[in-house]
Design a binder for this molecule. Sequence first.
Ligand SMILES: Cc1cc2nc3c(=O)[nH]c(=O)nc-3n(C[C@H](O)[C@H](O)[C@H](O)COP(=O)(O)O)c2cc1C
Length: 193
Amino acid sequence: MFETLEDVRADCTNRLIRAAKDRKSPMHTPVIVTGDVDARVMVLRAFDSRAWTLRLHTDLRSPKAQVIAADPRMAVLFYDKGAKIQIRAHGEGQILTTGPQVDAAWAASTNFARRCYLGDGPGTASDVPTSGLPAEFEGVEPDDEQIIPARENFALLMITLTAFDWLYLAHTGHVRAQFTRTSDEWQGRWVSP
Ligand SMILES: Cc1cc2nc3c(=O)[nH]c(=O)nc-3n(C[C@H](O)[C@H](O)[C@H](O)COP(=O)(O)O)c2cc1C
C-alpha cells in the first residue's frame, strides 16, 4: 500500500487536496501552531500542491496575526482517525491583507461569512458573554453596503510547507516517513515510528 516514499508523498498531496475541498474531511480543520507556542483549530480553505502552500482565513486583529508577522515559523497538525494517518507539517507563515489572492477570497465569501469580520476583534474583553457582532447582525446577513467595513479586518494566512512527518498506524506495524524541501525538491526518508 505505502511501499515507496513516492507513495507516501502522493498520499499526503491527495489528503491535503481533499482536506481543502471537502468539509467532511477530518483534515479540513487542522491545528495551527504559532511561534509563541500557541495552537488553535482553523479551516483549511485551499492547498496549492505545486507550491505546497496552505491558505487559511483570519481576522487581522487576532493575536496570531501579530505573532506570525513577527515570527513566521509555523507548525500544522492534521489527523485522520478513520485512515489512521497523522501529518505534522512545518512551514513559513505570511499574513496578507491586500492583493489579488485576498480580493479573490473575499469575493468568493458570502456576506453571512464575511460578517464575522464586522464585530469586535478576537480577544476583545467583554463584561457579558458576547459574539462580538453588532446586535443588528446577530444571525442576520448584512447587505453589500453594510459589509464594507469588514473588509479591512479580513486577512489570508498563507503557510508554505517546508517539511512534513507522515505516520500511518497499522496492526502489522506502524509506518513513518519524513520529508524536507530543498528548493523545489522533496527529500524523503523512512524513520522508526
Ligand atoms: C472548527 C473551528 C474552525 C475555526 N476556523 C477558524 C478560521 O478559519 N480562522 C480563524 O481565524 N479562526 C478559526 N477558528 C477560531 C480559532 O480556533 C481561534 O479561537 C481564533 O482564531 C482566535 O485565535 P488567536 O487568539 O490565536 O488569534 C476556528 C475554531 C474552530 C473550533
